[in-house]
Design a protein around this ligand. Structure first.
Ligand code: HXC
Length: 284
């Protein structure tokens, strides 16, 4: 079933702003990742989505390609971000088939609910491996292509960033500490730290690097893992300062902003998209 545009993109963006741009996204078949990709493809980009599950990744690519006639969306399944070589091969294949990598989203993540007492060393390591090492592997596999992107897309506007964009999908748990999420909190703190170093080292190439931290987004796999449907009722959503749960479209719109010319000077930071929810984490 084709997803209606209003579910993944608001009406404020001009068609074609991402024409000739290619996005490479890990976790691109997930709920948030596919909404981000749909939005970018709708606005002119081609995309390569990476995932562990072959069928799920290929099906998501086919579905996303329907949003714009002529869109090229490559689904590369069987790729685990913990395995640098397979990720590197996927990045090279993306460039071979789609011509470039201009934007990267490191969206692959692992999560489950567990207290520290219930986390084996391997359980903790698994989430660090997927989220933190996986983001590092994604950087290593794609940064050479992001450097090439600047040369491929010289922007005539001198105020404009000409290079590639790197975006990692983070979280807000580490701002306050979060019970049952020690593993993810530690992993995402490291991801945010990585973005700072990436921004400083690669700004000379016109590359920007940021994190995007979603709050509780309804309808996502992450939320279904973390909360029961009773906890996700719209009544409970009223406790978020803005009075509702987040929607995938909120994250897609923020992604479009960061990759558009409007986001040119946003670098080395985290954009929190959570209705101010993290300020009430812990019940304040
Ligand atoms: C305690 C657990 C556990 C649980 C797994 N483990 N589930 N420990 N409680 N509920 C332990 C296992 O026992 C094992 O340790 C270790 O974790 C690795 O488990 P495997 O199943 O062998 O690993 P793997 O197949 O690689 O799976 C990785 C995973 C899994 C992270 C455990 O959940 C996964 O693949 N997730 C990917 C999809 C996902 O999580 N998406 C949601 C992302 S949402 P031992 O010691 O037994 O070997 C998200 C949102 C964050 O990140 C923020 C939202 C606001």
């Amino acid at each position: 079933m084709t997803v209606p545009k209003s579910e993944y993109l608001s009406n404020v963006w001009a068609d074609g702003i991402f024409a000739n741009r290619v996005v490479f996204i890990t976790g691109g078949a997930g709920t948030i990742g596919s909404a981000q990709t749909r939005a970018l493809v709708h606005l002119g980009a081609d995309a390569c989505i990476i995932g562990r599950n072959v069928e799920k990744t290929e099906a998501a690519a086919k579905e996303i390609a329907k949003v714009r006639s002529g869109a090229r969306v490559l689904g590369l399944g069987g790729v685990d971000v913990r395995d640098f070589n397979s990720l590197n091969t996927a990045a090279n294949r993306c460039v071979k088939e789609l011509g470039a990598i201009d934007f990267v989203i490191a969206g692959a993540a692992g999560n489950f609910i567990a207290p520290i007492s219930g986390l084996s060393p391997n359980a903790f390591k698994s989430v660090i491996d997927i989220d933190t090492i996986g983001t590092f592997n994604t950087i290593k596999a794609t940064v050479p292509h992001l450097i090439a992107s600047a040369a491929r897309n010289p922007n005539p506007n001198p105020a404009s960033t000409t290079g590639g964009r790197f975006l990692s999908v983070s979280a807000t748990f580490h701002y306050t500490g979060m019970p049952l999420q020690a593993h993810v909190s530690a992993a995402k703190a490291a991801v945010d730290a990585l973005m700072g170093s990436l921004a400083l080292e690669y700004s000379p190439y016109g590359i920007t690097a940021n994190s995007l931290a979603p709050g509780a987004i309804e309808g996502t796999e992450g939320m279904s893992r973390l909360a029961s449907s009773a906890m996700m009722s719209s009544d409970r959503g009223k406790m978020v300062p803005l009075g509702r749960w987040g929607r995938v479209r909120d994250i897609a719109d923020a992604t479009v902003y960061l990759f558009s010319d409007a986001g040119n000077y946003v670098n080395g930071t985290t954009l929190v998209v959570d209705g101010a929810g993290w300020r009430r984490q812990g019940g304040a």
